[in-house]
Design a protein. Structure first.
Length: 188
């Protein structure tokens, strides 16, 4: 059985979907560790499902943060999924697991990505730029924020009158489906 670790910071919708899809064997893997970088709603999905959970505070000294992350991720992990993880992945983790870390981003990268571009800010920027199409991207994590190889994208229309909130709500299910599909393909 393949092993997945999931990194979260927020509501954990994508973690929940990953747990469900592993449980029903749509994804042939087991989630062996969930890590959050702050106290967050999403941790409940790990706890409810008896998945080992650890909180590694993003405010820790950077070296300690990296060391703790490395300590919590089994060496034989097959995939590390950043599902709404807001901290930058430390270089040491990327060096240890090159090609095994992926991230979900709520825009069509390389547009509207990079440092500080997360959550509503992304959707706000898309609307301000007058884009008619947005979407989501799953990409490999390298040492450039949101700059790793693009693995999959889904397009979602931006409608007249959209707010960051309505656009986010329209994109969310599409990005979850994209994540599940991509994780499945990577592990088969
Ligand atoms: C998603 O929009 C993802 O693209 C972004 O953070 C959000 C995660 O939401 N990186 P959730 O915590 O899975 O509900």
């Amino acid at each position: 059985m393949k092993k997945i670790a999931v990194l979260i910071s927020g509501t954990g919708t994508n973690l929940k979907a990953l747990i469900e899809n592993c449980a029903n064997q749509n994804i042939p893997a087991e989630i062996v560790q969930v890590i959050a970088d702050r106290d967050c709603v999403g941790k409940k999905y790990a706890i409810e499902n008896n998945i080992p959970f650890s909180l590694i505070d993003r405010k820790l000294d950077a070296e300690i943060f990296q060391k703790e992350l490395i300590k919590q991720i089994p060496q034989d992990i097959d995939l590390i999924v950043c599902a709404g993880f807001l901290s930058v992945i430390p270089d040491g983790l990327i060096d240890l697991f090159p090609d095994k870390i992926i991230n979900l981003h709520p825009s069509l990268l390389p547009d509207f990505g990079g440092m500080g571009m997360y959550g509503r800010k992304v959707h706000q920027a898309v609307i301000q730029a007058g884009k008619k199409i947005s979407g989501a991207t799953v990409h490999k994590v390298n040492k450039t924020v949101d700059g790793g190889e693009i693995l999959a994208q889904v397009q979602v229309s931006v409608l007249d009158g959209d707010s960051a909130e309505t656009l986010q709500k329209r994109i969310a299910p599409a990005e979850t489906a994209l994540l599940i599909d991509t994780v499945k393909k990577l592990l088969i």
